[in-house]
Design a protein around this ligand. Structure first.
Ligand SMILES: [Fe+2]
Ligand SMILES: [Fe+2]
Length: 390
């Protein structure tokens, strides 16, 4: 079988090779696997999908020390970015109060406000909400990372404290959007709930290889992506006349921004301590393409649900291919990637790759857009099977 092998960052586990398709193959007969390790999984508690063998523990064990030595730095620089619970907003601050006399009136107002919002917008907001609701997956993913995982479930390490408190902050996002959408009466809650159950059951495949360098680069990217998309749903809600919903999405976007700052600070520190490994991991992550956290989304029917939801998000300008390139450019600029010095030959090649990638993605995207065939009308279960242009 003709495999094309690529060069790996020095972290890479030598027994694994990654194909251009980004699927991982084990090349060593010692593992008993010499060809494509993809199994069609069709169990009823998860969507049917290809299961891929993944590269594991790609950070060399000696680098665990780096994260140990960063503990007090993280306490002083990262934990301070968390908001005290007593000063935090809660979903109830934005929702009709079911214990108050005015509940029915407030509910009526909410429904009046959301009545005129188009289905396009709701499908995208539902997709964003489902993405937030799969939070158990993201906490699990962070706890797969060597050197920073929560070893006990209540570990006092700075990394574990951050991950738990971050999760607790994030938990309010899906909660608030879910309740607002439920009260609006505009969407098919049962279909949405099924999609959430499928999504949590299927997990995600971010390609982070238990490697905290890759993990924190991934989360930096993702927090910025959610900051952008919630910011855009806020802007559109305002345009559609629902100021409350705009406030909700804007408040969530502000959380995402704070989280983005935290994860970016961690990676910035890694660039300072260990620039070569960090740039190789960043290039690796970008070569693999940053997959969206809800890329395994499924509603029990539509195998292309994530693709369809993304297409609507792209069309109404909530999250676009241009945003992807912009995020990459923002990270490259913020981490001062172009001016890193003292890199190895491989590091310098990664630097060149990263510094020229955003314009290449934009060019490619323009060509793809020019070739896009006419869009078709497709049904979405989340809005009772009504059809949208995809
Ligand atoms: Fe969030
Ligand atoms: Fe987030």
């Amino acid at each position: 079988m003709a495999f094309q092998f690529r060069k790996f960052p020095s972290f890479a586990f030598p027994r694994f090779h990654r194909l251009r398709s980004h699927r991982v193959f084990m090349a060593s007969p010692a593992f008993g696997v010499t060809s494509k390790e993809i199994i069609k999984d069709k169990r009823p508690y998860m969507p049917p999908r290809d299961v891929q063998v993944q590269k594991l523990h790609s950070m060399p064990p000696q680098k665990l020390e780096i994260f140990k030595s960063m503990e007090s730095w993280a306490e002083q620089n990262i934990l301070v970015l968390l908001k005290p619970v007593e000063k935090s907003w809660q979903p109830q601050d934005f929702l009709p109060d079911p214990a108050s006399e005015g509940f029915h009136e407030q509910l009526k107002e909410l429904r009046e406000r959301t009545k005129e919002i188009p289905d396009d917008y709701f499908v995208v907001l539902v997709g964003d909400m489902i993405t937030e609701e799969a939070l158990p997956t993201y906490q699990t993913m962070i706890n797969t990372l060597d050197g920073v995982r929560d070893e006990t479930g209540s570990s006092p390490s700075s990394w574990a404290l951050w991950t738990r408190a971050w999760t607790a902050e994030e938990n309010r996002h899906g909660d608030l959007l879910n309740k607002y959408l439920y009260l609006s009466g505009r969407v098919d809650m049962k279909q949405i709930e099924k999609t959430i159950q499928y999504l949590i059951g299927s997990g995600m495949d971010p390609g982070t290889e238990n490697n905290p360098y890759l993990g924190y680069i991934y989360t930096s990217f993702q927090e910025r992506a959610t900051f952008i998309s919630h910011g855009n749903t806020a802007r559109l809600a305002k345009e559609h006349g629902d100021i409350k919903l705009a406030q909700i999405c804007g408040t969530i976007a502000a959380d995402e921004k704070r989280h983005e700052i935290a994860y970016m600070k961690i990676v910035n520190k890694l660039f300072e301590i260990d620039p070569d490994s960090t740039i190789l991991c960043m290039a690796d992550m970008m070569r693999k393409k940053v997959s969206m956290p809800a890329h395994l989304m499924y509603d029990g029917n539509n195998d292309s649900l994530f693709k369809h939801y993304s297409a609507v998000a792209q069309r109404i300008g909530v999250y676009t291919a241009k945003d992807y390139a912009d995020i990459l450019e923002f990270l490259v600029h913020s981490w001062n990637v172009a001016n890193l010095s003292g890199l190895s030959g491989e590091g310098r090649r990664a630097q060149d790759f990263l510094c020229t990638l955003a314009p290449r993605i934009r060019n490619l995207e323009e060509r793809v857009q020019a070739r896009v065939k006419q869009s078709s009308l497709l049904p979405f279960s989340w809005i009772f099977g009504r059809e949208l242009r995809v």
